[in-house]
Design a binder for this molecule. Sequence first.
Ligand code: SF4
Length: 205
Amino acid sequence: MAEPPRENRDTEREEHVVGVRTWIGSWPVYRQLTGTDPLGRGAAAKSGPTARLEPRVARADRVVKSVCPYCAVGCGQNVYVQDGKVTQIEGDPDSPISRGRLCPKGAASLQLTTGGAREHQVLYRRPHGTEWERLDLDTAMDMIADRVIAARRDGWEWEADQVRTRRTLGIASLGGATLDNEENYLIKKLFTAMGAIQIENQARV
Ligand code: SF4
């Protein structure tokens, strides 16, 4: 059989040499001895797959500054968005309050927005009912308004112990830790304007 042309043989030899050089160059001990990492604790020990890893937020389209919704500490969050969806929530290093840190609850707040257990529909269980019914938001809001007006009217007190009170004991508000400062401010203002005096929040804002 005729030998391949000389230039083909030279190319094959060069490719072989390059392959051997690449193989030796990928050997951690070789990189440790010849590179800038003589103790083998950094670049010399890094494998190809590790070098190709990238942060999960690397492909985000934008980052939105936000505040953790869970408690009154108000840690800063960076919300990463890709293709219109929230893909990750991390601590915001620019926040003077938390300086990039989040507690385990705040660090898990991605599931608050994307978790499968999140309800997107108003659910209503009527008195003595055993099943939840789905309501549209307008119907639910009307029902709440009707109940607030009726409870305020039925529980109204002009006076107590001959002292002018002008209040209702028919309405109370108990907030939870997912309410932020601004929401609590508005809730306090709204309920006080309606005459309620029993306004509380378990997060001590
Ligand atoms: S729940 Fe945790 S992360 Fe969120 S504001 Fe409070 S301390 Fe900060």
